[in-house]
Design a protein. Structure first.
Length: 737
């Protein structure tokens, strides 16, 4: 089973990553939601204000068009005046016509004459006035092309005059003489309307010509034309009053919305009409009560004067203003300083500024309500987000378990194989189940195990050879040591014998009788010594040969160690290659993002295993270094032993020559006892020389023994090192094929 720590790390990192991702996503969404809600509130306020502005604009535009329609009717539409005032003019002429009928009736009754009747009619009609004295009736005859004025109450100079002056050519549309036009209408239809220009009488006298509409009627009995008219400006004033009456009654928003009208007088306008506060009508809107805070610049101003200023200075002739104003509540109370928005438009022709406004504090109330709803929605959304977070984490745990069980199954197998390898079993191989990076690593790892097994097999073979060589060297060293000890003992015996011979030689004169026996024994002793010398030379030759073989074996061991170096370097190279592959795999996994997180961890573990392999090969290197140093020391010691053996060989050769001489002397002594006395002095001298040579030989043999002991010690050390090498490689079980 894959290590729980890896699985736990992957799982927790996945949970952490997914949690962070979800939290970040939710946070961004919540921040977006919050910012969007704030933006929506701003947008809502702006939309509400825009909606209100649009409504106010529509309301005022309706009023404006009503005013404009009235203005155009009285200024540009004679039919309108006919329709509006025609019946009134007809009634006035009817009144005058009744005067005429009464007088004509009297003429018919012969109560008065026709001339008297005409005089009465002229007198009575001349004094008829209406519209505050501006309205009157004139009489002219039906003479054509130019009628004669019978009576004109405001221009009596025209009475009796034919109306031929070009200034009377002022009938609208035809530039015809207006009196001629009146006669023609009457002769054609008996009555009708004529529009024209005529001076208007006032308390200060006549004004310049003003537009006028007159109604004329033919009086057949008298061949007169009676006419009366209304000045358009009077009709305009009537239209204004009528329009103001309409505006006063124009309400909206269940009667709470209304329109006010002022003029554009500066610095303070005059209220023309206020439907809810008629006491203001005709007053100058000046004083503290009209001053309030204008939200545009935060200053306190007369809001009516400010509105008039804005519309009259604006090219479009309209403006929106926002300010605070006391708001009457349904319960009769007053709510101080509430936001209000008004729209005003200037009708220049009548110098009217029409305005209306609505309180917009309800917008802020709606915004506050929406803000509360947004907070509730935000909290709900936050709760839902946490629920989703937990669900995602739960699903992630399940999915990651399934994914890890699938992905880490090959790694579990790899882990078991790696564990077996760490225990020394190189026979098992990783079963390659996939062709992905894990399968590729499994292939490389199997190749690594095979190569490592082959190299270990060679190491074992080399170790066996080294072990045999070292054992042979150890045995040989022990034999050399034993022989050397024997030689030393023999030499010591020879020295002792020579000492005895020397003493004997000195007493030879006293024991001449024993010369023959002594000579024979000496002959035998010399012969035995000569045999010992022969054996010593043979052993020395064997030691020399064995030492030479040992040196060659040690050198071969050095070559084998060099081969082991190559194997270790190959293993180290494979480990380095594995590290590179694992490192590249980590990079690829990191570049893959979330999908490669798990494999990135696996690649990291493979790289760690490669690091451990490098560490193991480093330890092997250290051991090999120790073996190599010991081998070098053994070579040096062996070479030094070779020199000692060479010296011992040369000394043994010298000893052999001496023993040959002794042997010859003994033969001579044995065969020629006669010559003993003569040669005794020479024998004593020779014994002394032999004694000195034997001492030198004894010292050389002792040195050789010491050298062989060093060789034996080095052999033991090399044997122990070979044992250590065997202990390192022995646990590894490799295929024999």
């Amino acid at each position: 089973m894959v290590s729980k720590s890896i699985k736990t790390k992957i799982l927790w990192r996945s949970i952490l990553f997914s949690s962070i991702s979800v939290i970040l996503t939710v946070s961004i969404m919540l921040i977006g939601f919050w910012l969007n809600s704030q933006s929506e509130l701003k947008t809502f306020r702006q939309e509400e204000l825009t909606k209100i502005e649009s409504q106010l604009n529509n309301y005022v535009t309706i009023v404006y068009e009503t005013i404009n329609s009235s203005y155009k009717n009285v200024k540009e539409n004679p039919k309108y005046i006919e329709e509006q005032y025609g019946h009134r003019l007809v009634n006035i002429i009817d009144a005058a016509n009744s005067i005429i009928n009464n007088n004509i009736k009297k003429v018919r009754q012969r109560k008065i004459s026709m001339n008297q009747a005409k005089a009465n009619i002229i007198n009575e009609i001349e004094n008829l006035r209406y519209d505050n004295g501006t309205g009157y009736i004139w009489i002219n005859d039906i003479t054509l092309p130019y009628p004669k004025m019978i009576m004109h109450p405001t221009l009596p100079s025209l009475n009796g005059q034919y109306l031929t002056d070009p200034k009377y050519d002022c009938a609208y549309g035809t530039n015809k003489n207006l009196f001629q036009a009146a006669v023609e209408v009457c002769l054609d239809k008996g009555e009708g309307f004529v529009d024209y220009l005529w001076p208007k009488p006032t308390k200060d006298g006549l004004t310049v010509d003003q537009p006028k509409l007159s109604y004329v009627r033919l009086i057949k009995e008298l061949n007169w034309v009676l006419g009366t008219g209304i000045y358009v400006d009077d009709a305009e004033e009537d239209a204004k009053k009528q329009t103001l009456g309409y505006i006063e009654k124009m309400l909206y928003d269940n009667g709470k919305g209304y329109f006010w009208v002022t003029d554009s007088t500066k610095p303070y306008p005059i209220m023309i009409m206020h439907p809810q506060n008629p006491v203001l009508n005709g007053t100058v809107l000046k004083g503290e009560k009209f001053e309030t805070k204008i939200t545009k610049d935060g200053t306190k101003k007369n809001f009516i004067a400010y509105a008039v200023e804005q519309v009259t200075e604006n090219d479009t002739g309209d403006a929106f203003i926002e300010y605070t104003w006391d708001k009457p509540m349904p319960d009769g109370t007053i709510k101080k300083n509430q936001l209000k928005k008004s729209y005003a438009k200037w009708f220049k022709e009548w110098d009217w500024v029409i305005g209306t406004g609505v309180y917009i504090d309800e917008i802020d109330a709606k915004i506050a309500e929406k803000r509360v709803n947004n907070r509730i929605q935000f909290i709900s959304y936050l709760g839902i987000s946490f629920i989703i977070l937990f669900i995602i984490i739960f699903i992630n745990i399940i999915v990651m378990n399934l994914v890890m069980n699938t992905m880490l199954k090959p790694l579990s197998s790899m882990r078991g194989i790696v564990h077996s390898v760490s225990q020394g079993n190189l026979r098992e191989k990783i079963e390659i189940q996939t062709k992905d990076e894990i399968g590729e690593m499994s292939t490389h790892f199997n190749s690594l195990i095979v190569d490592f097994g082959k190299h270990l097999k060679k190491i074992k073979e080399f170790s066996g050879i080294m072990n045999t060589s070292v054992q042979d060297l150890t045995v040989t060293s022990k034999e050399i040591s034993t022989t050397s000890n024997q030689q030393a003992a023999a030499v010591k015996e020879i020295v002792s014998t020579m000492e005895d011979s020397n003493a004997l030689s000195r007493s030879v004169q006293k024991k001449i009788k024993d010369v023959a026996g002594l000579s024979n024994r000496t002959k035998e002793d010399v012969k035995q010594g000569f045999l010992f010398i022969k054996q010593n030379l043979t052993k020395m030759e064997e030691i020399k040969k064995t030492n030479y073989d040992t040196i060659n074996g040690i050198k071969s061991l050095g070559e084998l160690i060099d081969s082991i170096w190559e194997i270790v370097n190959i293993i180290n190279g494979i480990a380095d290659q594995t590290k590179i592959i694992a490192f590249n795999a980590e990079l690829e996994a990191s570049a893959a993002g979330e999908a490669g997180k798990n494999f990135e961890i696996v690649a990291s573990e493979i790289r760690r295993l490669a690091d451990n392999t490098v560490t193991s090969t480093r330890e092997i290197k250290n051991k090999i270094n120790e073996i190599q140093r010991a081998s070098d020391n053994l070579v040096i010691a062996s070479e030094e032993g070779t020199e000692k053996i060479k010296e011992g060989w040369e000394q043994s050769l010298g000893l052999e020559k001496v023993f040959k001489q002794i042997f010859n002397s003994a033969k001579i002594t044995a065969t020629s006892s006669i010559q003993i006395t003569t040669s005794i002095n020479q024998q004593v001298t020779s014994f002394e020389q032999i004694f000195l040579s034997l001492k030198q030989i004894s010292e050389g043999i002792e040195n050789f023994v010491i050298s062989t002991k060093s060789t034996s010690s080095a052999s033991e050390t090399l044997k122990n090192m070979v044992g250590d090498l065997n202990n390192i490689v022995e646990p590894y079980q490799v295929d024999e094929g």
